[in-house]
Design a binder for this molecule. Structure first.
Ligand SMILES: Cc1cc2nc3c(=O)[nH]c(=O)nc-3n(C[C@H](O)[C@H](O)[C@H](O)COP(=O)(O)O)c2cc1C
Length: 163
């Protein structure tokens, strides 16, 4: 099984989570980058409007992988715009897909999960599970804080990632 972790992160939180996941699943780690990183207001507005942000060309193909972990921050109770672009560009046919999000709210971001799920499923992806980490806007989350919840999450299906 070949495992991929692909993520977008504006201020570093999702990156910390993505790095930890990649380590645990022995996966390749790929960062989605914007052509121009947005400021707060445009990020929020563009997410509300469902805009697909311009991203740099990807140097990998999801096609090479069996299991794909896709993660990003919640913006204005929506998926962030670089992730919108990535989902739009990607064919998930026959891929097992795991979604992870970071956000400052403690409440499960169900509507964001649902909207990402439906786009991935309509592209043929099989959603296995969703997970989120609560972060703080003022500082980047520490690895120590997230180690245990992420390990517990991965342990639920780890056996399927290595056979
Ligand atoms: C433009 C913008 C909008 C945000 N909107 C929300 C939101 O609606 N709900 C929430 O819980 N957190 C919200 N946040 C907080 C981020 O989701 C949170 O800080 C996240 O961990 C940032 O991830 P990153 O550091 O990987 O960019 C928002 C942050 C930004 C920059």
């Amino acid at each position: 099984m070949k495992n991929l972790v692909v993520y977008y992160s504006l201020s570093g939180n999702t990156e910390v989570v993505a790095q930890e996941i990649a380590k645990l699943i022995e996966g390749d780690l790929k960062r989605i980058e914007c052509i121009k990183e947005p400021g707060f207001v445009w990020a929020a507005l563009s997410a509300i409007l469902g805009i697909k942000g311009k991203i740099k060309p990807l140097d990998f193909s999801v096609e090479e992988y069996d299991n794909v972990f896709v993660g990003g921050p919640v913006w204005a109770a929506k998926s962030c715009t670089p992730i919108n672009t990535f989902l739009d560009k990607t064919d998930f046919k026959n891929k097992n897909v795991y979604i992870f999000l970071t956000q400052s709210d403690e409440k499960t971001p169900s509507t964001v999960f649902d909207s990402m799920k439906s786009r991935i499923q309509s592209d043929g992806g099989n959603i296995v599970d969703c997970f989120f980490v609560q972060t703080q806007m003022k500082s980047v989350i520490s690895v120590d804080t997230i180690k245990r919840p992420i390990t517990d999450w991965i342990d639920k299906f780890k056996v399927n990632l290595f056979n």
